[in-house]
Write a protein of this length. Structure first.
Length: 366
């Protein structure tokens, strides 16, 4: 099958990693997969690392230039299906396909739980211009069904899959080795987050939680980069935490960082599907503290596979982290249950099976 992915976003996070991981997996299964995106997008640079062919197109904004660029590309190349991922490229692809005779069907993947406008234009995009819709969680699917007049059999939940052979727990010796490798304290309790530094990821509440009530020996590692870097740096300095909170930037391979941790925290308060970082942490057997935002509850069940706290509540975060750091047995049981759940329900092969079937369905539809 010839599959074209479009991505207008210039950011880097779970959505972009999902696109490349899925494309990589389908290439491994023998499909011809390509990606088009703006040249300035981070995904354009990262695609080679995943072995995904990529071409630069001016599709970063909802402008006529982008429609014409996609139309010209579709006239030059034949595809069986188009998979769009962001609002901008979804619109550009829908309009470009209207200008191309015999254009391929469009599958729209919805990655985040941001609200949609229930207007005529949006209903046209989802109900008429798009053949099928994939969401990264059932909560997102229900949100679309409630908001838009789309037939339920045209919206499918396809959670992002994680490679459990790669994202796996480290034993005690392995954890110490990882910490030495990364220059982290060997004996200190280590809490961490892996997430793009966007406001809705809730980093500031996690930093605030560290300002009081946690063991003074505990350290926080923040892996990621983004628009909140300056604000977080200032907050860490203002709270007198530079010696205990480390901003280590982006890292292509986050496995060593996850394997070095004792507790993983993702305090998101908006715009979440099923977060990849949370899945990866759970697959690594880490006890996790998170919220019930978006589709997170499909992955994290309070007291069973994670600790759930109210969003935007630094005190609740602090209490949950303190509880886990104080109880090694609880950390072990929660982490083991988390990994078992992720392996059973969010495997990479299952994601690929579902997307492959959905693409075939779109192609074969009358």
């Amino acid at each position: 099958m010839r599959i074209l992915h479009t991505e207008a976003s210039c950011g880097w996070g779970g959505q972009e990693i999902r696109i490349l991981s899925e494309a990589q997996g389908l290439i491994e299964r023998g499909h011809d997969v390509r990606l088009v995106c703006p040249r300035e997008a981070r995904i354009f640079e990262e695609a080679a690392r995943f072995g995904v062919p990529v071409e630069a197109l001016a599709i970063g904004r909802k402008r006529l230039r982008g429609v014409l660029a996609l139309r010209a590309y579709l006239k030059q190349h034949e595809f069986d299906v188009i998979n769009t991922h962001s609002s901008t490229d979804a619109w550009l692809a829908a309009l470009a396909c209207r200008l191309v005779g015999g254009a391929p069907p469009i599958v729209r993947t919805g990655h985040i739980s941001a609200p949609l406008s229930n207007n005529a234009a949006t209903r046209w995009l989802y109900a008429r211009a798009t053949s099928y819709i994939a969401t990264t969680g059932e909560a997102l699917r229900e949100q679309l069904l409630t908001t838009l007049s789309v037939s339920p059999d045209r919206i499918v939940s396809v959670p992002t899959g994680v490679d459990a052979t790669r994202y796996c727990p480290a034993d005690a010796e392995g954890k110490i080795a990882r910490r030495r490798q990364l220059g982290l304290p060997v004996d200190a309790p280590l809490v961490g987050i892996v997430a793009t530094l966007r406001s809705w990821k809730g980093h500031r509440f996690l930093v605030e939680a560290f300002a009081g009530g946690l063991p003074s020996s505990a350290h926080l590692v923040i892996v990621g980069d983004g628009p909140q870097l300056e604000a977080l740096t200032a907050q860490i300095a203002q709270l007198g935490l530079p010696d205990r909170v480390r901003l280590v930037g982006n890292h292509p391979d986050v496995v060593p960082w996850l394997q070095a941790l004792d507790v993983f925290v993702l305090p998101s308060y908006a715009n979440e599907g099923v977060p990849q970082a949370l899945m990866q942490a759970m697959s690594c057997g880490l006890p996790c503290v998170t919220t019930n935002v978006g589709a997170i509850p499909e992955l994290a069940w309070d007291g069973l596979t994670a600790r759930i706290v109210p969003a935007q509540d630094a005190d609740a975060l602090r209490l949950a982290i303190v509880e886990l750091l104080a109880d090694q047995s609880l950390r072990g049981s929660l982490g083991a249950a988390a990994r078992e759940h992720v392996v059973a329900t969010h495997g990479r092969a299952l994601m690929l099976d579902r997307m492959e079937a959905l693409f075939h369905k779109a192609v074969e539809a009358p």
